[in-house]
Design a protein. Sequence first.
Length: 149
Amino acid sequence: MPSGERARREIRSDYRVFTPIQTRWMDNDIYGHVNNVTYYSYFDTAVNAWLMQAGLLSLKGDELIGLVVETGCRYHAAVAFPQRLEAGLAVARIGNSSVTYRVGIFAEGAGEAAAAGHFTHVYVEAATRRPVSLPERWRDVLSSLLVDH
């Protein structure tokens, strides 16, 4: 993006599903807002909660696990404890062994994201940590969150 240009602020319709997130006292920093690193835990929570709900993650010794290989975030507006938030989730890309998720953090009921980021998992065999092709069932389930931008 050229210097001085502002990124388009994401809106609710850019995402397919939403997960409620309650801010915690410890999320705020000395400046009185949620600290930037905390957003990454919100991303992780939103992605993994959805994977569990979709039946793709069980926490019981799965043979296929997702390793985070990249994350990023663009901040648009501050949020702070005790606000309630909603994490919007979409899939931007499904590769051979990877999935890139888009996550938007919204103040509860807000139309525009306070922050928007991406989160990429590479799926590997748990025992060897070697990348594996995503099973067809996974592709079908993940496709329900696929967006074109």
